[in-house]
Design a protein around this ligand. Structure first.
Ligand code: SOE
Length: 383
């Protein structure tokens, strides 16, 4: 059957631009879907055109734009997909929704909760489908964890323990700002590890065990001043959080700890969590992404113990679309899985989570964390 074409307009051409372009190219090869994305146009700022042109050629984008306002108004675009830096999400998403486009956004949804609320309201008012790309929900082992929790296998949840560790900013010679280092510029990123890394951990946690009530946090900026990438020789204070740790109380009574840093030497992208429930526990580590560790207290006393589930079987989430059991999939597949879910959602009319409205909660938790790091007291998660 002929596929329904869905014309995509991609806003940005960096790291996330690559992961999404790859997903648009691959999704119909592996998933049986009514919709087929067409890589219609990719957009970047005029000063990034020299990067945009080869990017578009490499991934098969049919055209390019250097004016995002023109892009959101193009009649031949159905979907605006925002992979540009965080401070652009709000204006692009709202303009896109006003023009009746489906809107997808990279995480974090916005710079703060107020922006996220406006974005959610805009897509809802326009009645357009929307989704935040929290891709780790689509790691099969994490989706399996969700399934197991929903099946009641852990029982009442007591503890949630998350870490998200990297090490790429330890050198004081890493500059801030510019095309590739905007994550270190608070004016563009909104925050440091809180919005960039903990947003993932928070989204996963809330999805798995429910909403958060209150938090108490500490943050640190280890390197206080860095050169600007765009202006060599010019040094400015660093205003992002390099590291953040917080305690949380969940609405269901569970206690949690979250830790994130870009200063954990040797940790490149360690996104892990452990959940302890009355009946069992689960442990996941992105550095062993195809495995889920599970302890079932109801096992026979003489065989009980942690077991490793190799999440590659066709009975596991997403895996029947991929290879044969034992053949692992990787990081890029999480974006393809997310896109497949989204396109299925368009087919069925069922909103695919996390929607922009869901994104508000993560944003509100990040805001409460950053506020608590300043006030030094417990802060309620608003809304
Ligand atoms: C930061 O280094 C980063 O690229 C994040 O922005 C992504 O969201 C994360 O998944 C990998 O690390």
């Amino acid at each position: 059957m002929a596929k329904k074409k869905l014309n995509i307009g991609l806003m940005g051409c960096g790291f996330m631009g690559r992961t999404h372009s790859n997903a648009y190219n691959k999704v119909n090869k592996f998933f049986d879907l009514e919709y087929e994305p067409v890589l219609k146009a990719a957009c970047a700022r005029p000063e990034d055109e020299s990067k945009l042109i080869p990017f578009a050629e490499n991934w098969g984008w049919q055209s390019t734009e250097t004016d995002w306002r023109k892009m959101v108004e193009r009649d031949d675009i159905d979907v605006i997909d925002i992979v540009a830096p965080n401070n652009t999400h709000h204006d692009i998403a709202i303009a896109a929704a006003k023009n009746g486009k489906i809107v997808l956004s990279e995480k974090p949804l916005a710079m703060n909760t107020a922006e996220a609320v406006e974005m959610a309201e805009a897509v809802e008012k326009a009645g357009v489908a929307n989704m935040v790309w929290f891709n780790y929900r689509r790691v099969p082992a994490i989706t399996l964890a969700k399934q197991m929790i929903d099946e009641g296998r852990l029982g009442r949840i007591f503890h949630y323990r998350a870490k998200y560790l990297q090490d790429w900013t330890i050198s004081a010679n890493v500059p801030q700002g510019g095309q590739t280092l905007w994550r270190l510029d608070a004016a563009v990123a909104g925050s440091g590890v809180t919005g960039d890394l903990l947003a993932h951990s928070i989204d996963t946690a809330v999805w798995l065990i429910g909403g958060m009530d209150s938090v108490t946090a500490m943050t640190e900026t280890f390197i206080k001043e860095r050169e600007l990438q765009d202006q060599p020789g010019v040094r400015k204070p660093v205003l992002i959080d390099d590291a953040c740790a917080f305690l949380a109380r969940f609405k269901n009574g569970a206690l949690a700890t979250f830790e994130s840093t870009r200063y954990a030497r040797g940790r490149k992208n360690q996104n892990c969590f452990e959940i302890n429930g009355e009946k069992g526990s689960i442990f996941f580590d992105l550095e062993d992404a195809h495995q889920l560790q599970y302890y079932n207290h109801e096992d026979d006393a003489h065989t009980v113990g942690w077991r490793t589930i190799l999440v590659t079987d066709s009975s596991h989430p997403y895996m029947k679309q991929w290879w044969v059991p034992g053949c692992v999939i990787g990081y890029e597949h999480t974006f393809i899985n997310a896109l497949a879910d989204f396109l299925k959602g368009l087919e069925t009319g069922k909103p695919i989570v996390p929607t922009f409205r869901d994104g508000i909660e993560t944003q509100a938790i990040c805001d409460a964390v950053l506020k608590s790091a300043k006030t030094g007291v417990w802060e309620k998660v608003e809304g």
